[in-house]
Design a protein around this ligand. Structure first.
Ligand code: NAI
Ligand code: MG
Length: 352
């Protein structure tokens, strides 16, 4: 029996609702498929915990997390704590501390789901987001606070090592896809230093992947291409900020933010990787029982794949697609099903 140790951090808002749905589905899978078992430990780190203790992650917390095979994360963000405090208090220390530099974000229109795009069925993308530096490196400061002369700087950091490794990751991924296409996204007309470095390193790395067809696009232009010519894109590689924005667009174009999954990968496996839906805490629907759990289920499938449980990952994706195809949809997809209805339906498909 293969045992995988999972750290569950549901955190804030709808996080606990979707993570508990996700764990239910994972439990059903391991019972049904057999051969593996998940040993789940829950961590109560969220914004209420922060307000009570003064920190999201207690001293020694990352050392504890390091013992796990994967982290299953909900969402962090509360109306009681400024967003930069919550993000930098919980999610970023894990992603940066565990060198999860490759943020992988697939987008596809699942069966039965309606894309707002006429040609939505052509969407089959994976966005690879640099996840350790760039615009979210945390490099900047504020001076002359409160004065008319106040200044805030936010300096993006791009290193050769950081850029080269994300490009290499994206090429390796593109190589595994039927179309083997990779689009480089930057803004190297207006930003002359870091972005030009990105372009240069991309084409250096490209020489080692002659089987991958490449092209490049400025970040503003690629948004129009995503909407107007979705079939021309396959794998997209972009910086921390750019790819963050593009992946929300990708999720919305594939039907809802409630569908998009993401994996924060440490490819060398020196640390656990972290799996989370791309959406946030969704204050407007918290506690109503109507959060779409599909993003979390798809995320769970990515986690299983990372853990080497390919059969379970495939079975889960199949069950998800059967349920979306059957029209059991939460309100964000135009339906009236609850989180529990969708979860039950997926478990039933798993149990066959
Ligand atoms: P959000 O993703 O929480 O919500 C945006 C819209 O999408 C809302 O209308 C929401 O109801 C809807 N939505 C999101 N997930 C859904 C689901 N599973 N089912 C149905 N509808 C869903 O983004 P927003 O409003 O910008 O941020 C809210 C909070 O979440 C903030 O504190 C923000 O900092 C945090 N956040 C955290 C993230 C993370 O932990 N990785 C990512 C994005 C935001
Ligand atoms: Mg985002």
């Amino acid at each position: 029996m293969r045992v995988h140790k999972i750290a569950s951090i549901p955190a804030d808002g709808i996080g606990p609702e979707v993570i508990s749905a996700g764990l239910e589905v994972l439990e059903a899978l391991s019972r049904r498929i057999g051969g593996f078992r998940l040993e789940v430990e829950h961590f109560p780190w969220n914004s209420d915990y922060y307000l009570e203790h003064g920190h999201y992650i207690p001293p020694g917390g990352l050392e504890r997390l390091k013992q796990f095979d994967a982290i299953f994360f909900g969402a962090v963000g509360s109306q009681k704590v400024p967003d930069d405090v919550s993000l930098w208090g919980l999610r970023l220390p894990i992603a940066q501390g565990f060198d999860q530099y490759a943020n992988v974000r697939p987008a596809r229109v699942l069966p039965g789901v309606k894309s707002p795009l006429h040609q939505g069925s052509a969407i089959d993308w994976i966005i690879v987001r640099e996840n350790s530096e760039g615009e979210y490196a945390g490099n900047g400061g504020r001076v002359h606070r409160g004065l008319p002369t106040e200044v805030g700087t936010e300096t993006a950091v791009f290193t050769r090592v950081g850029v080269e490794r994300i490009h290499r990751f994206a090429f390796e991924l593109a190589r595994t896809r039927p179309r083997k296409r990779l689009t480089l996204v930057t803004k190297s007309n207006a930003q002359r230093f870091g972005m030009v470095l990105w372009d240069e390193i991309f084409f250096e790395v490209a020489k080692q992947y002659p089987d991958v067809q490449t092209d490049r696009e400025l970040v503003d232009a690629v948004t129009t291409r995503m909407v107007l010519k979705p079939h021309t894109l396959d794998v997209i590689v972009g910086t921390n900020l750019h790819a963050d924005i593009l992946s929300d667009l990708a999720a919305a174009l594939s039907g809802s933010l409630g569908i998009g999954p993401t994996a924060n990968i440490n490819p060398e496996r020196n640390f656990p990787s972290m799996f989370e839906p791309i959406h946030g805490s969704a204050f407007d629907i918290t506690g109503k029982g109507i959060a779409n759990p599909i993003a979390t289920f798809w995320t769970a499938a990515m986690m299983l794949e990372h853990l080497g449980e390919q059969e379970a990952a495939r079975a889960l994706m199949k069950a998800i697609e059967q349920v979306t195809a059957s029209g059991i949809h939460t309100p964000d997809l135009g339906g009236s099903a609850t989180t529990a209805d969708v979860t039950r339906a997926v478990c039933e498909r798993i149990n066959g």
